[in-house]
Design a protein around this ligand. Structure first.
Ligand SMILES: O=C(O)CCC(=O)C(=O)O
Length: 300
């Protein structure tokens, strides 16, 4: 291991993750700096001449053209903790912006592993194909960083601890888009359609609200049932999810485009970013630099 051990997870934190499917929150940026960093990222996104795609509703992968986010994904405070769970070799394969305005609904409960979500044309094809068994705890992780306060009032993330041990949803079933449906809002879809047992609902007493300060992050398995609270405050909640896999995982094999939220983007731009270690598999296209020519750096 090349890591500075103080930035990695303690054995207690690893054990907590094994049992619960998430761990955190952890400090990354000072609370007063985080919104300023996001403002900088916004300026870069708005003025970018090298956008990965032209969609205004699909906000994926801006770490590929926004230098601030290109640096964010391999911050040692993040990567050293990921190494404790996934091993030394790590690719960042995707990122999403999760902005929740005052009055917006909560994100409905969901549970995924292969990221088969979206509209019918590509829905039967997983984004991720797992090709190997691993001796590590996982091959897939999400890091959700708060760039604003993320409180119980303005829509913090929520987890159902331990739910990664069992499937409660069938992620391989295509979802129907219904922009009117606000009861189980999953970005215009109703993810509860995919419950294996239609009568099952999360035990309210077991739910954990992940309130976070600006600049903090939490690590979780996408298979841990998660969602978020509605924003009943007058403060926008801003989260940025960066998603990681081990290099043995095949990303977007046989997927050339994504159709989601009523829009379609070509994945011609797509590549993974090696944020730690080596890629000994060569399954995935790697970007050495972002679309502006800014070099990606692995965490030390
Ligand atoms: O930010 C949210 O409301 C949902 C985030 C989420 O589902 C994810 O990061 O996978």
């Amino acid at each position: 291991m090349t890591q500075t051990t103080s930035l990695g997870l303690t054995s207690e934190q690893v054990e907590f993750f094994r049992e619960n499917g998430y761990v955190g929150p952890f400090d990354l940026y000072p609370a007063e700096q985080a919104p300023l960093l996001w403002n900088q990222a916004m300026i870069e996104m708005v003025t970018s001449r090298n956008k990965p795609h032209n969609s205004t509703v699909i906000n994926y992968d801006r770490h590929l053209d926004c230098n601030t986010l290109s640096q964010h994904i391999s911050r040692p405070e993040i990567v050293h903790k990921l190494r404790s769970l996934i091993g030394d070799d790590i690719l960042c394969w995707k990122s999403n912006i999760f902005q929740k305005q005052p009055g917006d609904a909560g994100t409905g409960w969901h549970q995924v592993e292969a990221f088969v979500v979206g509209e019918t044309t590509t829905a039967v094809t997983p984004s991720l194909k797992y090709t190997e068994e691993t001796s590590y705890l996982t091959q897939e992780l999400t890091v959700w960083t708060a760039f604003s306060p993320a409180s119980v009032e303005n829509g913090c993330l929520r987890f159902l601890p331990g739910s990664h041990k069992k499937w409660y949803y069938d992620e391989s079933k295509p979802l129907t888009r219904n922009v009117q449906s606000k009861s189980h809002d999953f970005f215009g879809y109703d993810y509860s359609e995919n419950k294996l047992d239609k009568d099952w609902d999360p035990n309210q007493e077991a739910i954990v609200d992940m309130a976070m300060q600006p600049g903090q992050f939490v690590i979780f398995l996408a298979k841990t049932i998660h969602g978020s609270r509605p924003n009943i405050s007058d403060v926008t909640r801003l989260g940025y999810a960066s998603r990681y896999v081990a290099p043995s995982v095949k990303v977007y094999e046989d997927v050339d485009s994504l159709s989601e939220f009523g829009d379609t983007i070509s994945l011609d731009y797509h590549g993974c970013v090696l944020v730690s270690g080596e890629d000994r598999f060569g399954h995935n296209r790697l970007h050495q630099q972002n679309l502006n020519g800014f070099p990606f750096r692995k965490a030390d």
